[in-house]
Design a protein. Sequence first.
Length: 212
Amino acid sequence: MDLLTRLSESLQGGDADQVAELTRQALAAGLAPKPILDQGLIAGMTVVGDRFKAHEIFLPDVLLAAKAMYAGLDLLRPLLAKAGVATGGRVVIGTVRGDLHDIGKNLVAIMLRGAGLEVIDLGKDVAPERFVAAAQEHGAQVIGMSALLTTTMPVMRQVVDLCRERGLYGKVKLIVGGAPLSAEYAREIGADAYCFDGVNAVDVVKRYLGTA
């Protein structure tokens, strides 16, 4: 079994120490950072996402795999940046103003990073202006908004309206998610899509970026 296959399988098993060690071994063996990322870490996280989608594994398993992925990614990130390797796309994500729930948002961020995307996570209680400013600052192709409270859902419309004012609407894809939301609500406020979980968010974002 080659190093990258072992790396992928160690990530799927949530073994952070082994992922870090195999990443070091792959680098020492002269492998470039991008194949290690694509064929090791992202390949492993893709399997995790597919198994989660099929209900073969559950949230704790995904979180362990994510921790393992970061153990390898932390070693590769500076090398990828130095080599000027582009990410698969850039996403700004956050829980909207007035809402402090972030478990779902965090899972979406994990799955997006696991798919090779650069994620700018603004955290929770994020004002509309911060979403838009971050998208402009980082050149993001997607803004992802999360809400768990029905009282904070209108903030999503404010983000959409602000994108219209700033000339970003239609240039940056706007996706929304959270328990009280629906595809109908996304259409009503002018968002591009409603995502019901992290795996679905990856599918939607990759489709928008043309990498699906």
